[in-house]
Design a protein around this ligand. Structure first.
Ligand SMILES: [Zn+2]
Length: 399
């Protein structure tokens, strides 16, 4: 099947905006992208007009926890007093509302991502069965089994689980939760396993002031929390430095490490991220809800790092929409070019997940892209519209 999709605007991402553009596809692949008058139209191609729209790549959600979708009521509450209070509430609610294997809310959330134009996502889960949520969905979903444990006992239990996985030859991607929740040796072991398999290693990094305080001197709300939970056995030695520096000391920072959140970064750490070619994923909607601060987006961009965008879970983000992430990022950082914001939501995510088929429109790419209704915002410049429309956007999937 050959189709020629024509629209007033085509946003290839990485190439200039095309007016009166078109995308030629054949059997699920893009053959050509350009001005309508310049494209050589294959005989027999079905020409489909999309008046009043912008053709764009599908969006990428580079960080979500689908398995927490049934805890959406937490993300509807008021901003927590601090980060640690939110973790406590999450654990209480998770205990109350245990999932019994059906993941109905998670499936519905993934479907809603698809209907909003997300074609690719990175899903993090603590339950190994959570990998079933995204399997076979229209959103291509990379699942990462997240490991955490600070005590010696938790470390040994998790290392044993990893060994069992490999003995059973299960090729599941594993990752660690965060530098404050996972023992150093365990962090290094999970990263080593991911590195050997050339798998991405997403990790929550530099998200809150509580995290920084705990890493600096082992004190603060997180210390109180782990003591209350009875998992503080004194085996964790605070590194006395912030998160990215710590990960680098452990040898964890490289081009396959995706640092998620990156709210509290020193200039030295931004240099380190750049030097190690580490990937960055911002979650502005979750950061706003949690009240943890705003990421230094301008400084990251000044270091030629192209970040991805992620929603995090419904438990810390009432929307879980990449359109909303763009809108919030524009509000928080009005000086950033909206075209760059849209690039983060598309190419940034695809590059972070190592999926060359996604994130841009060009010859050879997968023909799964969007016609975005522009009629509701035609007074705005194209990229301002795309980056600021938020969740009220209307899209249609094209192939
Ligand atoms: Zn997360």
């Amino acid at each position: 099947m050959i189709f020629l999709h024509r629209a007033p605007f085509v946003v290839p991402v990485g190439e200039p905006l095309i007016t009166d553009g078109a995308v030629l596809t054949e059997n699920g692949r893009i053959i050509d992208v350009g001005r309508f008058v310049d494209l050589r139209i294959t005989p027999g191609a079905g020409i489909i007009d999309h008046p009043g729209t912008i053709l764009t790549p599908s969006l990428v959600n580079a960080h979500i926890h689908l398995e927490l979708a049934h805890l959406a009521e937490l993300g509807q509450r008021e901003t927590p007093k601090n980060f640690t209070e939110w973790i406590k509430s999450l654990l209480v609610l998770r205990e109350e509302k245990e999932v019994h294997g059906n993941f109905l809310e998670a499936q519905a959330l993934l479907d809603s991502l698809y209907y909003s134009g997300v074609g690719l996502a990175a899903d993090i889960g603590n339950l190994s069965k959570s990998r079933e949520i995204g399997a076979g969905n229209r959103v291509k979903t990379h699942f990462f089994w997240e490991i955490l444990g600070l005590s010696r006992q938790a470390e040994e239990r998790n290392l044993q689980q990893l060994a069992n996985l490999d003995r059973e030859n299960k090729d599941v991607s594993c990752t660690a939760h965060a530098p404050y929740s996972t023992a150093a040796n365990l962090l290094q072991s999970v990263k080593k396993r991911a590195g050997e398999k050339k798998q991405l290693f997403p990790i929550h990094t530099a998200e809150s002031a509580d995290e920084l305080e705990f890493l600096h001197n082992g004190s603060g709300p997180l210390r109180n929390f782990v003591e209350e939970k009875g998992v503080w056995d004194g085996s964790f030695t605070p590194p006395g430095c912030p998160s990215v520096e710590y990960l680098d000391r452990l040898g964890i920072l490289d081009y396959l490490t995706l640092c998620v959140h990156c709210v509290h970064l020193s200039d030295k750490e931004i240099e380190l991220l750049s030097l190690r070619q580490a990937k960055v994923c911002f979650c502005p909607g979750s950061n706003r809800y949690m009240g943890v601060g705003k990421a230094p987006v301008e400084k990251i961009l000044a270091h030629n790092i192209l970040p991805a965008l992620g929603t995090d879970s419904l438990a810390s983000n009432p929307y879980c929409s990449i359109w909303e992430e763009m809108r919030i990022l524009c509000q928080d950082h009005p000086g950033i070019d909206p075209a760059m914001v849209f690039t983060m939501a598309t190419r940034g995510g695809a590059e972070a997940l190592g999926e060359a088929d996604y994130g841009t429109l060009g010859p050879g790419k997968v023909a799964r892209f969007l016609a975005v209704d522009y009629e509701q915002g035609a007074d705005l410049e194209t990229f301002e519209f795309l980056a600021q429309i938020g969740g009220q956007v209307k899209i249609e999937w094209l192939k």
